[in-house]
Design a protein around this ligand. Structure first.
Ligand code: ADP
Ligand code: ZN
Ligand code: ZN
Length: 829
């Protein structure tokens, strides 16, 4: 501070100012720094500041709170710099971070790290990458910026520590910040797969000619090159009908050549712009909701509005293809007209170009798309436009919850039952649906949860009057829900013992569909790989005596294990239901099925959609497009084929092995099975005619099948909620799952035992386990799990969380357990 000479008297009368600062790390709490006199007017809540933590690690942290209370236990250090003139996050967001940290038991810094685009995150470990597109004209840079830009140009990348050496180290971060803003360099994101946005060339009219007079003058005085004039006219015509014009569409429509287009571009009449397809920046800024709701939809829409007067959260329970999305669109329009912002959350995998196109058609440039695979430049662009209020609507996956909304009016959580709203790794292990409810409360915004198969929790909350609920039981166009046939695979005689992939009934149904030029979806559960025992005669599956879950078969030990409480059972030899001795182990995957189908239907075009066949977002999208365009006859897939897709020509859906759905070692087995079967059925016969669904199953008596066959969610719920109450599972309790990880098996299980013992006195009756999970070794680390089923009393839950935290500290103080990793997952699903 030697270079600053403030008035001595001022400093003397300056009441010391301190700041609680969030650092993007897993720290036990936020630390305090002092604001030196010369920065006191610049330091604002929500601004980034440069601080030193520990010996000399530098970070860009965020000021959470300014105050005058000098810490007693230590002498706070000064912050080095204030990086932003305006806050980059608002108070509501920091409140959300705080809530998530408290609720999901992590640090605010971890939430910050997840919430901010890496553009904003600077630390000594940050690596800067040269932006080749910037070129080597550094005339717009000042001295310091120039030094770094030149070094980057030569070395291509620099660690922040190296930058520090190049510059006088007291003002490194502001320089870097400016370089990033000027697009000279990027922040490197570790472990992010690089996502190349699909680019397309768009044609834009030079805005000079947006003026009618200027345009007619241009055309009236057109000299030679009549072909170019024709091309221009084609362009003008296309913009009227299409809005956005791509180069390929224009050339096709006009029959013009590349050279003619180039001519117009050289005359600076038309501009050619390469743009990512996902972010059509120049979509028209107007809203065009040009359809009307059916009377059933209109009624649901009005009911929702009436309920929202009193309820903050409403559940729209509408059967598949009832037009939930159309209702969302009307509601969104209503809120945007009030000047409010809207967040539309979808599970990542359901965020396809299908839904994007559907919404862009109505909301044009007012809607932004936000997605974990976007580059940081794209993210920062959306970030800024939400913050400035320019964007009114965001369609995004769970992380879009963290965008800096200023005036949120409505959050739509579509497919609200979907488990991928919950992040499992790394922290924050938050559920975006539940966090959205808290977040909306800060804005007094409304939340609409929508699903054809609501989560048991949400439906329970609705049945208790906590949420409003509206049902929509009619499909658009009056098409009936598909007819569901259960195929008892026990009845099928086969010579060898091999597993049946297609029953004769399903095979015949597929043939019929193909003959009629209709499409088929075959569903095989991804987790069909996890092995279980099933009675070959009656379909009985061994269950745990204490947990009401199916047992998992461990091949090596030839034992059955309850993944919930850890109880080990000898392998069964006689069926408890029918006394038979015949048992089979079940699992078969999509790949094998695909092969089999190719042999069986040599003329059909077959494609597989699962995690392995679909790498990256575009692969998924293009498969969907191929299917939409009827260039695939049979689509075999996992969960992926289920998510909210709207296909016109699917007449038949086959569920190949329903037993695998009915046998998850999970208390949610029934809920998941019902949701999956109902959702996958919903893909059949959405337009035109009633679809058909064939379910192949051994365990034909399973009650869930009955509910699916009747399409009766309410009956399913009544059945399910009773079991949840009896076994004290959510929604009657809250679940906290604690996982222990270490490379030594012994050490892991000792740590889990020790931990459980520590909690025993206070929480004894709520502890389940410790037990080994079905997959007990991941990346050479052994796993043990401890489950807590805690009564839903906020005070008590907070006490539990405090016990758990204390226990973690205690365990780690023990030298033996220091290297055991403990992961706490609140509301683990
Ligand atoms: P859901 O979201 O409930 O599964 P969708 O909103 O996808 O249902 O509607 C199913 C199909 O019916 C879509 O293709 C949609 O465009 C069409 N549709 C539904 N309601 C209307 C409506 N009121 N006007 C025009 N098309 C509609
Ligand atoms: Zn049996
Ligand atoms: Zn058990």
């Amino acid at each position: 501070m030697t270079d600053i000479h403030p008035d001595k008297d001022h400093i003397a009368s300056y009441a010391a100012l301190f700041a609680e600062i969030i650092i993007p790390l897993a720290l036990p709490k936020n630390y305090t720094w002092q604001i030196p006199y010369h920065l006191k007017d610049k330091a604002k809540t929500g601004c980034r500041v440069e601080v030193i933590l520990g010996k000399n690690k530098k970070y860009a942290g965020i000021i959470k709170r300014l105050h005058g209370n000098k810490p007693v236990a230590f002498e706070p250090k000064d912050i080095l710099n204030v990086l932003d003139t305006e806050p980059i996050v608002f108070e509501q967001q920091m409140k959300l971070w705080e809530w998530i940290a408290q609720y999901y038991m992590c640090s605010e810094g971890e939430v910050m790290a997840a919430a901010l685009p890496s553009y904003f995150k600077l630390s000594s470990e940050t690596i800067l990458l040269c932006n080749e597109e910037y070129g080597d004209d550094f005339s717009a840079l000042d001295n310091d910026e120039y030094i770094i830009a030149e070094a980057l140009h030569i070395k291509k990348e620099l660690k922040l520590a190296e930058v520090q050496q190049l510059l006088d180290s007291s003002h490194v971060y502001p320089v870097i910040k400016r370089l990033i803003e000027k697009n000279v360099c990027f922040v490197w994101e570790a472990l992010k797969e690089t996502y190349r946005a699909k680019k397309e060339t768009y044609i834009v009219l030079n805005p000079v000619y947006a003026n009618e007079d200027a345009l007619s003058e241009l055309m009236n005085n057109w000299g030679r090159a009549p072909k170019q004039l024709e091309l221009l006219l084609s362009y003008l015509h296309l913009t009227k009908t299409e809005g956005e014009v791509t180069k390929s569409a224009l050339l096709k429509k006009s029959g013009a050549s590349d050279a003619q287009l180039k001519g117009l571009s050289e005359k600076n009449i038309l501009w050619l712009e390469k743009r990512a397809v996902d972010r059509l920046r120049y979509l028209p800024l107007h809203i065009n909701v040009d359809f009307s709701l059916t009377s059933a939809q209109q009624e649901a829409y009005e009911k929702l509005n009436a309920l929202f007067v009193e309820k903050q959260v409403c559940l729209l329970h509408g059967i598949t293809s009832s037009g939930k999305t159309q209702i969302y669109i009307k509601l969104i329009e209503q809120y945007v007209h009030q000047g409010k912002q809207v967040l539309y959350l979808l599970p990542e995998i359901a965020l396809t170009s299908q839904i994007i196109r559907r919404l862009q058609k109505h909301f044009g440039g007012y809607i932004g798309i936000y997605h974990s695979k976007f580059s940081q430049n794209e993210r920062i662009e959306i970030w800024n436009k939400i913050k400035s209020g320019e964007l009114k609507i965001i369609l995004g996956a769970r992380s879009s919850l963290f965008l800096p909304f200023t005036d949120l009016g409505l959050i739509v959580v579509d497919e609200e039952h979907d488990t991928s709203f919950k992040q499992h790794d790394p922290a924050p292990r938050y559920n975006a649906r539940d966090s959205a409810i808290y977040y909306a409360g800060l804005f007094e915004a409304k939340i609409l949860l929508g699903s054809a198969t609501p989560s048991v929790e949400s439906y329970f909350n609705a049945s208790q009057g906590k949420y409003g609920i509206v049902a929509l039981n009619e499909r658009y166009g009056g098409v009936d829900l598909p007819a569901i046939e259960i195929i008892d695979t026990k009845q099928i005689v086969r010579k060898d013992k091999s597993k049946i992939i297609l029953s004769p009934q399903l095979k015949e149904a597929i043939e019929k569909s193909l003959e009629r030029d209709k499409q088929v979806i075959l569903f095989q559960n991804r987790r069909g790989y996890s092995p279980y025992q099933i009675c070959a005669v009656c379909g009985w599956i061994p269950q745990c005596k204490h947990c009401d879950v199916s047992l998992t078969y461990h091949k090596l030990s030839n034992k059955l294990v309850c993944h919930y409480c850890g109880t080990i059972y000898p392998n069964v030899t006689t069926c408890a239901a029918c006394g038979s001795y015949a048992f089979v182990q079940r699992n078969f995957g999509t790949e094998k099925i695909e092969e089999y189908l190719e042999e069986t239907f040599p003329k059909a075009k077959i494609a597989r959609m699962d995690i392995d066949s679909v790498r990256g977002k575009h692969a998924h999208d293009s498969l969907i497009q191929l299917f939409e365009q009827k260039r695939i006859d049979i689509l075999v897939g996992t969960q992926m084929v289920v998510k909210g897709l709207d296909f016109e020509h699917v007449s038949l859906v086959g569920i190949l092995d329903a037993d695998s759905l009915l046998s998850f070692a999970d208390f949610r087995v029934n809920e998941r099975a019902f949701q999956l079967m109902e959702q996958v059925s919903g893909r059949a016969g959405r337009k035109e005619e009633r679809g058909r669904v064939l379910i192949q199953v051994v365990n034909t008596k399973h009650p869930v099948l009955h509910f699916v066959q009747q399409h009766d969610y309410a009956a399913f719920f009544r059945f399910e909620i009773e079991g949840r109450e009896r076994f004290f599972y959510p929604p009657y309790s809250r679940i906290i799952l604690i996982t222990f990880r270490h490379k030594l098996k012994e050490r892991t299980s000792e740590a889990a035992q020790y931990f459980a013992l520590g909690l025993q006195k206070e929480l004894g009756k709520y502890i389940v386990g410790p037990a080994e999970p079905p997959v007990n070794r991941v990346r050479n680390q052994y796993l043990m799990e401890l489950l807590l089923k805690i009564p839903k009393d906020t005070v008590f839950i907070n006490r539990c969380k405090a016990f758990i935290k204390d226990q973690i500290v205690l365990l780690h103080q023990n030298k033996k357990f220091r290297s055991v990793v403990i992961v706490v997952n609140v509301d683990a699903v």
